[in-house]
Design a protein around this ligand. Structure first.
Ligand code: NG6
Ligand code: CA
Length: 510
């Protein structure tokens, strides 16, 4: 059973040391998908402008060394929500659209903390952490037997996985939204349903986007996906409307809270593939569909900040804008991203990209905004998504139960710019399940087999090398000069840290 959290007031009365921050703001954790460190103009992008995010950045604190827990979505989000490293749990690799719930009901989440603190909790947008009790056994035509209400969310309007994975429907509070009884839904990741066209058998039906690798199974809205799906009818999404749908449900959630404190986990589909934004963005970026998806992300931020303003909540809301993992240009659809990027560097000064052990895989934008409470400016402090649970629990005024979110540290003061103490180390899982580390000036990539480039599509360096790699980030942010041989003592310390981490959440940098 999940342990109940105690309100902080009780803990203080019984002599516990946790300190409250006084005011308890609403919290919006806004997570982009595959938005790179260099994809926002406030992080140096020049070929695309993101005025809404930039204005939040100007009025908030911009972190230059924020680390996601992984360089792909499922493990990154697992760490963000649970405060437990994804390498501790099997089955945290990129999930299929019919995966069962990866975070189990007995596991503590950041949403539980807010719920216990008396907040209304909501999740809107991309999910990608599984639904239902068991893989491939969901009843998509009824109520799911396990959903986000089992892990702390009062309201949820979500995509099961990603836009490139079936089922291509939104799910609201455990049921398919706009359910169409005339078109019952079936989903399989094993085999197609008889007579259903796929991208492979019926390329002439791909009227909107064609795959460049993979993504040649069921066709929805003129775009082929991963996995097989039948039915859906009126419930099927139109890719062009996904961002609008997410923004309007986020707005409605905020409005329905009607003054009660809320926590909103708001995840955009942008800028993940298939990139097919609303028609109003068409032709608006020299970078084509990927650029338009960035513009649409910026537009979503504006919708949210306007909703707060309308309700008079701007000053009483902590808004965090970040991304689940680093960028990729061609991620499986022929959307012109590589050709049209021009001089744009989606990972900024960093090496690698999504999936990679190099920094662009997991160092992400991270902007903290809370007018009057968070100073404006830049923070170079090393921070990690893993600290979300412990830090936001303190903000909400609750103390984590014993053993919950065990890898999560309370770094609230650094997140809020009240001090600059960095995390002693950051731990990140690459797509090949190598665990890479940052600490102080150093970046460490343990030896790992496999080719130097991804072999199955994206043109991205894996970071694999038969020997351990060490980079001095203060001089070499681009990870160009491996200095592992010059510092065997530091390599040995990182190896000891990794060994400790595997067995205990209380690991310290030796
Ligand atoms: C890959 C997909 C890619 C993307 C990724 C997960 C193929 C060929 N590629 O397997 O398109 O969906 O998984 O991305 O299938 S993530 O951001 O959700 O982790
Ligand atoms: Ca992602």
């Amino acid at each position: 059973m999940k342990k109940t959290l105690l309100p902080l007031s009780l803990l203080v009365a019984s002599g516990c040391a946790a300190q409250s921050v006084g005011v308890r703001p609403n919290v919006i954790l806004l997570v982009a998908d595959d938005l790179g460190y260099g994809d926002l103009s406030c992080y140096g992008a020049r070929r695309v402008e993101t005025p809404c995010v930039d204005s939040i950045a100007r009025a908030g604190l911009v972190f230059t060394d924020a680390n996601a827990c992984a360089s792909t979505s499922t493990p990154s989000r697992y760490g963000l929500l649970t405060g437990s490293y994804p390498f501790r749990k099997a089955g945290t690799d990129v999930a299929a659209g019919n995966a069962g719930m990866i975070i189990r009901p007995e596991q503590y989440t950041v949403a539980d903390a807010f719920r216990e603190a008396g907040y209304v909790t909501g999740a809107v947008g991309k999910w990608h952490l599984g639904l239902g009790n068991r893989t491939a056994e969901q009843d998509w035509n009824g109520k799911l037997d396990k959903d986000l209400s089992d892990i702390g969310f009062d309201y949820h309007y979500i995509m099961a996985a990603t836009a490139d994975r079936v089922p291509c429907v939104f799910i609201e509070n455990g049921r398919v939204a706009n359910f169409d009884a005339a078109a019952p839904i079936e989903v399989s990741y094993r085999e197609n349903f008889p007579g259903e066209p796929t991208g492979r058998t019926h390329p002439e039906l791909l009227t909107k986007l064609r795959p460049s690798h993979g993504h040649d199974q069921s066709i929805v809205n003129g775009i082929s996906r991963i996995g097989y799906m039948k039915g859906g009818g009126k419930a099927l999404w139109r890719d062009e409307d996904i961002a609008d749908s997410i923004a309007s449900h986020a707005e409605r959630f905020i409005e329905n809270c009607d003054g009660r404190p809320f926590f909103l986990y708001l995840c955009t589909n942008d800028i993940h593939v298939p990139r097919y934004p609303h028609e109003r963005f068409r032709g608006k970026s020299p970078m084509g569909l990927r650029g338009e998806a960035i513009l649409q992300f910026d537009w979503t931020v504006r919708r949210v900040t306007e909703a707060l303003r309308r309700r008079g909540l701007s000053d009483n809301t902590l808004l965090i804008i970040t991304s689940d993992n680093g960028p990729v240009l061609d991620d499986g659809y022929a959307d012109g991203a590589e050709k049209l990027a021009g001089g744009h560097r989606p990972g900024g000064r960093l090496r690698g990209g999504k999936y990679s052990s190099f920094e662009a895989g997991s160092v992400v934008p991270f902007i903290v905004h809370w007018p009057g409470h968070v100073p404006t400016g830049t923070s170079k402090a090393l921070v990690s998504h893993i600290d979300c649970a412990a830090s936001l629990a303190r903000l909400a005024g609750v103390r984590l139960p014993e053993g919950a979110a065990a890898d999560s540290h309370d770094c609230l003061d650094t997140w809020l710019g009240r001090d600059t103490v960095p995390r002693p180390f950051a731990v990140k899982l690459s797509a090949n399940r190598n665990i890479v580390l940052r600490s102080g000036q150093w970046k460490y990539i343990p030896a790992h087999g496999g080719g130097a480039m991804i072999q199955w599509g994206p043109k991205i360096e894996t970071g694999n090398s038969p020997a351990p790699q060490l980079y001095d980030m203060t001089r070499d942010a681009g990870e160009e000069r491996d200095c592992a041989r010059e510092h065997p003592d530091i390599v040995a310390r990182f190896d000891r840290l990794l060994e400790q981490l595997r067995t205990t959440p209380d690991a310290r940098m030796p």
